[in-house]
Design a protein around this ligand. Structure first.
Ligand code: N01
Length: 546
């Protein structure tokens, strides 16, 4: 329920009630005894899983590994029904957690944050929302997610289109009936690759507008039997340990083998095996796929070969095959029957790299080559990733400097957790941390634990104003750049690099050194008395001039 026009004076204001915001709330309130108010733009909790309700939306990390780990009771009572849970099941899980731990009472929904301003004299953050809700807190935690600011490309004339215009990341709450309709989907990233095979059998005609083909491997999705669920539960402690110590946060064994350590036949056998089981983990088939062109080419060629096998028409298979960037340099996709969908009579692929979209009319979407009659246009065009949700509200730190100004050349952070000049503001799983390069659930929990430990330590020491120093920030930005420099990530126009939005600074945003190394670094910083953070007592009001 929305609490409009209310004011909340608390220890901590958290922005966002997705997985990260709810974890932060539970940890700070129930484990650390702090008062917390979570402000959420949506009408319910769930974050990305609240908004992305398109048909076919599901997780592409095993659900067992995409779960909270803080409560053995929760593990015991919750049963995932499928290897990769669907969006409705994940949302049910979030609701279950919110109810089970009585989190909703500290969440204000329908409250989109408009401004957050640091009051240096009082050492408080003042937050305002578009609906009039206000909050004041000693700490501000941005748990806004890396994939939540929706990207809606400008298509000339789209406002004249008389059919329905949808976006995968802002799908209507009420059911959408696509049966018998002529549907155009723009975008072939993870969302497009999930929605396309799911709706193809029910629509009259499906036209897919592809600008850049994706690399996708089979998800190997499966419904879990009782026996499989029981076995998964038994393996949880071991699995969790693996997640915590892995560079990716995935329960995939780390291999020390490079792709060229195997001869052609052995490598082909290994890829074949991985193809039939690994899903997202295919990227980890060898340890050098993201650092060696030669190694990467073996995997890229293997996947292109599979696309050729899965698509009947060789010319179409070629159009669906990526050639302009190495496998993994853009976030790879996993699918269920994606390529085979193009063998259907009612599905057409339009290569808009070759013949770009020009405009929409009342009834069509047009390229430089042709006009397509449509009833529905679905944008599967993704997000203003990583920084979009942080820069949407106006966040003003010390001396009136806004985050937008401070990050004009790209995001600057220390450990991805804080940015200099914005005291007591923390970012969960954002730029400068591993974030989207691994299982984000593992990243979220690591950040939540680390931030809460810092707050407790600072409060106990009587130094609750915490700030990253400019030197530590500059040094960390160098480290983030250095970690990405030798990788093939730098060779794709990806959202990791800010290439998804025109005019966005081209800097590699996530930390590519791996979750394990990152966790170690954060732990060492804490052990060194929070090296790189300046901590000070709150200003005494007695010292204020009259
Ligand atoms: O977005 P994307 P997404 N004209 O940015 C195209 C997570 N996720 O929503 O590559 C025409 O990946 C764009 O083309 P190009 C996951 O982390 C997870 O699919 O820019 N086309 C691309 O094809 C994922 O990586 C799951 O040339 C335009 C597509 O739209 C992230 O979310 C499921 C265009 C955008 O792909 C984002 O995925 C879904 C334009 N102006 C998503 N602008 C899980 O399974 C963009 N495109 C957990």
């Amino acid at each position: 329920m929305s609490n409009t026009q209310t004011h909340h004076d608390v220890d901590v204001v958290v922005v966002g009630a997705g997985f990260a915001g709810l974890a932060m709330l539970r940890e700070l309130r129930d484990e650390r005894g702090m008062s917390v108010r979570v402000l959420e733009a949506g009408d319910d909790v769930g974050g990305v899983w609240y908004w992305n309700r398109y048909p076919g939306a599901r997780c592409d990390v095993d659900s067992t590994d995409y779960s909270y780990t803080f409560s053995p009771e929760l593990d015991e009572e919750w049963n995932w029904s499928e290897r990769y849970a669907t969006q409705p099941e994940i949302l049910r899980y979030v609701h279950h957690v919110a109810d089970r731990f009585d989190l909703r009472r500290d969440v204000t929904t329908g409250a989109r944050v408009a401004t957050a301003t640091w009051d240096d004299d009082a050492a408080r953050w003042d937050v305002t929302c578009e609906d009039g809700t206000t909050a004041r807190g000693r700490y501000l935690v941005m748990a806004t997610g890396c994939l939540s600011a929706v990207k809606r490309p400008q298509v000339e004339g789209i406002e004249d289109f008389t059919g329905q215009v949808l976006h995968t990341a802002d799908w209507p709450r009420e059911p959408v009936d696509l049966a018998g309709k002529r549907v155009g989907v723009i975008g072939t990233g993870s969302s497009g690759i999930q929605v396309i095979p799911r709706i193809a059998p029910e629509v009259e005609e499906l036209v897919v507008f592809q600008r850049t083909p994706a690399f996708s491997v089979p998800a190997h999705h499966q419904v879990l039997s009782d026996a499989e669920r029981a076995a998964l539960k038994l393996s949880l402690p071991e699995r969790r340990e693996m997640l915590r110590n892995s560079p990716t946060g995935l329960s995939v064994p780390v291999t020390r083998r490079g792709a060229l350590d195997d001869d052609d036949a052995a490598r082909e056998r290994h890829y074949e095996e991985q193809w039939h089981s690994a899903g997202f983990g295919f990227l980890l088939a060898y340890n050098d796929l993201l650092v060696s062109h030669e190694a990467n080419r073996t995997a890229s060629d293997f996947i292109r070969g599979k696309i050729a096998e899965r698509v009947n028409d060789p010319a179409l298979a070629e159009k669906l095959s990526p050639h302009t960037y190495p496998y993994g340099a853009k976030r790879p996709c996993v699918d269920t029957g994606y390529y085979e969908t193009f063998n259907r009579e009612n599905v057409t692929l339009v290569d808009i790299a070759e013949a770009p979209l020009t405009r929409a009319t009342a009834t069509t979407l047009e390229t430089t080559d042709a006009a397509y009659d449509l009833d529905v246009i679905v944008f599967a065009t993704g997000f203003d990733a990583m920084t979009g949700s942080l820069l949407k509200p106006t966040i003003t730190g010390r001396d009136g400097v806004t985050l937008k100004e401070h990050w004009a050349g790209g995001p600057l952070t220390y450990l991805g957790l804080m940015t200099a000049g914005f005291p007591n503001m923390f970012i969960i799983a954002g730029p400068g941390s591993p974030s989207l390069l691994g299982n984000v659930m593992v990243s979220i929990e690591q950040h939540v634990d680390w931030v809460s430990a810092l707050l407790v330590d600072s409060e106990a020491a009587g130094t609750p104003v915490v700030e990253a120093t400019a030197e530590a920030e500059a040094e960390w930005v160098e480290r983030v750049n250095a970690a990405a420099a030798p990788t093939l990530y730098m060779e794709a126009a990806s959202y990791y690099l800010g290439a998804e939005i025109e005019g966005k600074p081209r800097v590699f945003m996530p930390y590519a050194g791996g979750l394990r190394r990152y966790r170690r670094e954060c732990d060492e910083v804490a052990r060194d008395g929070y090296r790189g953070f300046r901590r000070s007592p709150e200003p005494s009001t007695d010292l204020q001039p009259a």
